[in-house]
Write a protein that binds this ligand. Structure first.
Ligand code: ATP
Length: 362
């Protein structure tokens, strides 16, 4: 067994400790939560790419602050609809439909008079930002217009500036940046230690997942990869997670299988790709001299001779098709920079089988 406790591998899990977000936590406390505690309503828009910790940061704060109410905009047509739901959730649980804004806010006022000020979080709010000007106007100006003790935290992937209207008043904006690969590695190392049996996932596997996820800066993507790779390894009845489990996980999340790309390669090019796949199961990268050697070996098997220039050309073509990725590694001395080739999106064991099959049919 590899997964001892599945919960921390779920992307909706909010851990006890959030890494690298102390400044954002402090910013939300001082911009919204502390003023709300003193009867002052403020509004904030949190934005940033997927998996940058926007939702978890707010949910983390919900543990210490009971005035926060969380709703997801995707469940509602518009702001009015969402507020009607909040009233029925906090007040009398009946359905309130077709209320005017002044009726809505007067009901909220009577709820707040015995419950205290509310901080309303609206997650996935990009749709509201784009399309519900009247709703946002009433929400953001609720304190001035209706005297309502309501602060709002809006969460959106897209930057609000494209859609923001001046009349909404002053709104604090807080951007969540993408995580670096190193930051992602810290986050998933913590998750792995909570979720996986000891010794089933090496630092090198966690580094590999972090490197792939670093392209998107997303902790969500990394946790999903870790979860799927762990289940892949369990499915194989392996005691440890291997590189190819991670590649399988990538191809599961991103089922953009290379088959159509393989059809763009001729027989000679396929043999070169096969040579790369043969070198990769136990390692993450291969250098070009090793590829040249393996290509000559495979070439002999298939009766093909290669010049170095052809091998270089095909490596460039495979890169441009996104079948392989490459990085440059320096050994400290400028003259000796070497190119390292990897395949991350699909398990090389499966890719080798596909390529051999294609070569035999050409
Ligand atoms: N700084 C962090 N420390 C620990 N875990 C984190 C951190 N940031 C994100 N995570 C984890 O990554 C996953 C995704 O995070 P979260 O849902 O908060 O991102 P998001 O920015 O709201 O993404 P989306 O826009 O896709 O909803 C969650 O499981 C969360 O716990």
């Amino acid at each position: 067994m590899i997964v001892a406790n599945p919960a921390p591998l779920d992307t909706s899990y909010v851990p006890e400790k959030l890494f690298f977000r102390d400044d954002k936590i402090a910013a939300i406390r001082s911009a919204v939560l502390a003023p709300a505690g003193n009867g002052i309503s403020n509004n904030i828009i949190i934005h940033g790419d997927s998996g940058t910790g926007k939702t978890s940061t707010v949910k983390f704060l919900m543990r210490e602050n009971k005035s926060i109410i969380y709703e997801n905009a995707l469940s509602f047509k518009n702001v009015k609809n969402l507020l009607e739901h909040v009233i029925s959730r906090l007040g009398k649980p009946v359905s309130y439909h077709g209320l005017s804004y002044s009726e809505i806010f007067s009901m909220l006022n009577s709820i707040i008079s015995f419950r205290g000020d509310i901080v309303l979080v609206i997650d996935e709010a990009t749709g509201f930002l784009k399309g519900d000007t009247a709703g946002l106007y009433n929400l953001f100006r609720a304190s001035e217009i209706y005297g309502t003790g309501l602060s709002t935290i809006l969460i959106s992937i897209e930057s609000p500036f494209m859609y923001m209207e001046r009349k909404y008043g002053t709104i604090v904006e807080l951007k969540f940046n993408k995580y670096s690969s190193d930051e992602i590695q810290r986050i998933i190392t913590d998750r792995a230690s909570m979720a996986l049996e000891p010794g089933t996932c090496t630092d090198s596997i966690l580094g590999y997942i972090s490197e792939i996820s670093g392209k998107f800066g997303s902790a969500r993507f990394a946790i999903e990869l870790l979860q799927k790779a762990a289940y892949m390894a369990e499915y194989r009845l392996s005691k440890t997670i291997e590189n190819d489990d991670v590649r399988s996980a990538v191809s599961l999340i991103n089922p953009y299988i290379t088959e159509s790309k393989l059809s763009l390669l001729d027989r000679r090019e396929l043999v070169i790709l096969l040579a790369i796949c043969i070198l990769l199961p136990d390692t993450l990268y291969v250098d070009v001299p090793s590829i040249e050697k393996e290509v000559q070996l495979q070439g002999e098997e298939y009766g093909i001779q290669y010049k170095k220039t052809e091998i270089y050309r095909v490596i460039r073509k495979l890169e441009s098709l996104d079948i392989i990725s490459s990085s440059l590694k320096s050994s400290g001395n400028r003259s000796s920079v070497s190119k390292l080739v990897s395949i991350n999106d699909v398990p090389v064991s499966i890719l080798s089988i596909k390529i051999r099959d294609l070569i035999s049919r050409l």
